[in-house]
Design a protein around this ligand. Sequence first.
Ligand SMILES: [Zn+2]
Length: 497
Amino acid sequence: MRADLEFLASPPADGRASLTQGADAAAWFLATELRKAGLLPGDGSGYLQRFDLVALHLDRDRSSVVVRHAGDEQRFAPVAVFFPDPTREVDLALDVVFAGYGITAPEFGYDDYAGVDVRGKAVLVFDHEPQEDDPGSAFHGTGFTLHANVWAKTWTAQQHGAAALLVVTEPINAHRSAPRPPDRANAPPQALAESELRIPRLTLPAEAATALLKGTGRTPGDWQRAIDREMRPASRSLDGVAVSLQAVNGTNRVQASWNVAGLLPGIDPRLRDETILVTSHYDHLGSQEGKTYPGANDNGSGTVAMVEVARLLAGTRLARSVLFVSFGSEEQLMLGSYHYAAHPLRPLATTRAVLNLDMVGRNEEHTPESVGAYEVTAGRSDQLNLVGAAYSPDLAALLRRESTGSGLTLSDKFDRDSSMRTLFRCDHLPFLQKGIPAVWLFGGFHPGYHEPGDTIDRLDFDKMERVVRLTVDAVRALASPSPPPRFRYPAGARITP
Ligand SMILES: [Zn+2]
């Protein structure tokens, strides 16, 4: 694993930023290693799955939200824009419906879309979910449910026939605004040329929500308080309100990125069509402002651990098939795994579990964001987090069983914390959103995360070896003829307003 990392974190790989030669070199290297390990081509003929991306540079001069109400006209700059096709501009004039948190959750008996017709209209929603900071909330206490995510909200709006989604930060919230280390970088923004989401989403400033809701005689905060208190939707058509939405991306150049996939075919004729996925992402932040971000832990560690698991399992006779996939463009908000979930190499209907390895080579330590938010097991090499396990108690139990042999203790603390949004931050998410048991095996956050100091010399190879052992044992169990884990929504008590 150290030898593989010497390449992935090397100067020629240049931080492996999506749509750079460094990332492509990493993808070709991984394809070669999966082939050398003895896996079959993941897509039948090759080891690379292409997907198309467009760089995002919102043209601010040509992007606006205009709210018209009772002869009044107010213009706002969108905070952010999601383009279903970033090569085409958004230009829409629409009526508006307010739909609370924009959540349809039959498992809780809660539906912000009940009783309103949003077909062909813009839908205004709050981000996140009701009673977010309440440990007793039906929405999984202080943890997030999948409904709190904007991809899910956009999908839900689209399913209800909406033409656009307008999202505003919920006005009353206890979100932490901890100081950010000066060397922490973000990836240059990019978007899929073709997404499963077909409607635009515009993130609006708070004043725009106030203007949109003015005719109701209540403020956004009033509406949020009412919903959180009663746990009853307050959705309504905003009569007499119209919006004009305009958004233009500064480029329409389409470029290729890559997922890398290798297959270990199962041998049981009844089960070999079923798939266990072992995943990672190989991309990182590249070089920015004269600094290179080697990304040894994020996610060189999970990538080489995945390849090592493939080497150890290659040639073994397992009942179900195992597909190893290293995704590209995760740092651009999981574009490689979203593409895979929309264009799977093996059917999702018979994909039984996903084990995603990301940042498994360091021990967690407090960062400015985590102090006061959650406990860390500082410096402990035998400690690993499971993220998303709340959605499959079966898979969590299997991993706990298998962890005894690897000397790892597993924590689900990130499923009980919303401050770090951990549930929404990695490649397990698109699979959870498709109802597939999926967990992120995660060493935790640490100083140096998304900083130039994420270097090989800081890695704990003993820990990585334990993670590889756990993954090998878990895959053997998952690919055996035993019944596969089930997906289950972590439903609290049904809400009875
Ligand atoms: Zn990562």
